[in-house]
Design a protein around this ligand. Structure first.
Ligand SMILES: Nc1ncnc2c1ncn2[C@@H]1O[C@H](COP(=O)(O)OP(=O)(O)O)[C@@H](O)[C@H]1O
Ligand code: SF4
Ligand SMILES: [Mg+2]
Length: 357
């Protein structure tokens, strides 16, 4: 069992995101007139405390990668605010961001395309030193070999090329590059989804060990809950450009409040076969709606078995129903008795809540 590494309550967040928006314009004709927008991220709030891991989960297309690229400032936000260590970095330009790049790093999903095949491992992992003009005391080569060792690679393989490594090893090279300048915040976008299931756990455990060793703060993005379950202190669930629930890991698994979270959890395999029957699988019907023209009110209402009239008319705000447990739903599950919202009278019985977690 993992001991939560969360900083003491009341600590200043390392990263604070408020009302973050990214709309990608859709243009038409030679004049490139804007005819619409992909509302990839549409007003999200969350913060990350020093030393903790925030897991971000949601189906493909819900805006997770866009969120990751916004907070690492690889994309320019359309609106909202991003603060890092209390400093507003929302609209910092390339030169303003350069010193921040030492502190904020990203690990990408695909270890095949994110490494330049014509560069040696030594060149790849030492690139951040060159870009930042950093001269390690013991020389770049020694430093890079130390990093290779840190991520479980043979330091003698300094002169090899990415194709000479397996997928898991390539992701370790990507991790070594991200950690070269000892960043404070690492955003990992589906760091193991491109890898064989058999080696996913090794890379996840490596990230976990490196966090303890180097005092890192993580935002780890995943499309299902099984990968991030073991590494997250808190989890944010996204649906169509919105954060619909945020809670401590234990609370989210034991008492999910948003129907979408309940459905996601019901799809997570239960390791213990004796407990498998205890859980009813909730199959979401209908397609994920388009972020170009998202549903009115609660964006989940087209697929939600608890939806009532209010759900399509009013957007539910993300509010804390318990300390540290925020949810955006008019009829939350497992809500404390005095919380706003209630179960609709004609809701069909969906059977057991996921209990096998
Ligand atoms: N550069 C872009 N231009 C236009 N649309 C984009 C761009 N990047 C992402 N999108 C769209 O934004 C939505 C969210 O994408 P993304 O952030 O990649 O989601 P996820 O990582 O959760 O799968 C998708 O509909 C995607 O097609
Ligand atoms: S607000 Fe309504 S539609 Fe949305 S998740 Fe809650 S019950 Fe379902
Ligand atoms: Mg993605």
């Amino acid at each position: 069992m993992r001991i939560p590494r969360q900083a003491s309550p009341g600590a200043e967040p390392l990263l604070k995101v408020t009302g973050l928006v990214k709309h990608f314009p859709i243009t038409h004709g030679v004049l490139r007139r804007q005819v619409g927008a992909v509302q990839a991220v549409d007003g999200i709030d969350f913060s990350v405390l020093p030393g903790e891991t925030l897991g971000v989960v949601g189906e493909s297309g819900c805006g997770k990668s866009t969120m990751g690229r916004l907070v690492t400032r690889l994309l320019e936000p359309t609106g909202g605010k991003i603060e890092f260590q209390g400093r507003d970095i929302t609209h910092l330009g390339t030169s303003g961001m350069r010193p921040m790049r030492r502190d904020i790093q990203m690990i990408f999903q695909d270890p095949y395309s994110s490494l330049n095949p014509r560069h040696t491992v030594g060149t790849i992992v030492s690139a951040p030193f060159k870009l930042q003009g950093v001269k390690p005391a013991q020389g770049v080569k020694k430093e890079v070999q130390g990093l290779l060792e840190l991520v479980g690679l043979n330091p003698e393989h300094y002169n090899r090329y990415p194709h000479e490594f397996s997928g898991g090893q390539r992701q370790r090279i990507g991790i070594a590059r991200a950690l070269a300048l000892k960043p404070k915040l690492v955003v990992a976008d589906e760091p193991v989804s491109a890898l064989d299931v058999s080696i996913q756990a090794q890379v996840v455990n490596l990230l976990d060990d490196l966090q303890s060793e180097l005092g890192l703060t993580y935002v780890i993005i995943a499309h299902d809950l099984s990968v991030i379950r073991h590494v997250s202190d808190r989890i944010a669930v996204m649906y169509l450009g919105k954060v619909v629930e945020v809670a401590d890991r234990e609370a989210l698994y034991a008492r999910p409040m948003h129907p979408y979270t309940t459905a996601l959890l019901s799809a997570v395999p239960v390791p213990d076969p004796k407990r498998r029957t205890a859980r009813q699988r909730i199959l979401l019907t209908g397609d994920v709606p388009s972020p170009i023209n998202p549903p009115s009110g609660c964006r989940f209402h087209t697929r939600c078995w608890k939806a009532t009239e209010v759900c399509s008319a009013q957007e539910p705000p993300l509010i804390a129903l318990e300390t540290g447990h925020e949810v955006a739903c008019h009829h939350p599950e497992n809500a404390p008795k005095d919380a706003p919202g209630d179960a609709p009278k004609d809701a069909p019985d969906i059977g057991n809540q996921p209990t096998g977690l």
